[in-house]
Design a protein around this ligand. Structure first.
Ligand code: MG
Length: 245
């Protein structure tokens, strides 16, 4: 892979923690769990999903798609989406970007590199967080979750959101750099044939080995490390660490 023309970055646990307040996340989980149970998702499926509202959602969606008619699956998807938007929008105004994120985004902006956030979170909630952090101008586009029928079952780890971002950027997957913290990010990146995939460990819930196995070509600790890695600098700016072209 050669020069990077576009950076596609994940949001939650890569740039921010949306639910630093565990109480809010617990409430969110409780509501999703109650809705899924009401719609007939068995207890064992919900139990296996753990405590994250998003993994509950994914497991429940998978089960509903397999055992119920498509309309029931779609209705549940939209019902959970409404719950998720409520909690994400409620969290958004007080969320701070990780402290090492803005300097990197500013450097990319100055170098004319297109930056897109590709997230399973609600698009408007992501935009709100950027505005609150005076970072809206540092990101060219947010490709997130919305009520679009096409997104049903097609969020990451599926490649659709990344493919949409690439299409909008007009860049080929081989010229893109993907940054994310999860196995789903890496799997989606691999499926979308993104040329260079970087996993970040600091706020991740998985190990370096799991990120590697899911398709990360490079695993770094934190977002700020993207600035210092010599190979990435060459691909992004055409310079080595000393700044010599
Ligand atoms: Mg993430």
């Amino acid at each position: 892979m050669g020069a990077v023309k576009v950076v596609l970055t994940d949001f939650e646990r890569t740039l921010v923690r949306l639910f630093e307040d565990n109480e809010v996340e617990r409430e969110f989980s409780k509501e999703v769990r109650a809705l899924c149970a009401k719609r007939g998702v068995p207890k064992r499926v919900l139990k296996a999903a753990g405590t994250s509202p998003y993994s509950l959602w994914t497991r429940a969606h998978r089960w509903t798609t397999k055992h119920e008619d498509p309309l029931a699956a779609e209705r549940m998807y939209h019902a959970v989406t409404r719950i998720a938007i409520k909690y994400e929008m409620c969290a958004a105004p007080s969320i701070k970007l990780f402290e090492d994120v803005k300097p990197v985004l500013e450097q990319w902006k100055a170098a004319g590199i297109t930056v897109m956030i590709v997230s399973n979170n609600d698009t408007m909630a992501v935009q709100r967080v950027l505005r609150e952090n005076d970072a809206a101008l540092l990101v060219d586009q947010v490709i997130g979750r919305d009520f679009d029928h096409e997104l049903l079952g097609n969020l990451k780890p599926r490649p659709l959101l990344l493919e949409k971002a690439l299409e909008l950027s007009g860049c080929k997957p081989g010229t893109a750099l993907l940054v994310g913290d999860s196995v789903d990010d890496m799997r989606a990146g691999k499926a979308a044939e993104i040329g260079f995939r970087v996993g970040l460990l600091q706020h991740s819930t998985v190990t370096k080995w799991q990120l590697r196995r899911a398709g990360a070509k490079l695993v770094l600790n934190r977002f700020g490390d993207l600035q210092d890695h010599p190979d990435l600098r060459r691909r992004l700016f055409g310079t080595d660490v000393s700044g010599v072209r």
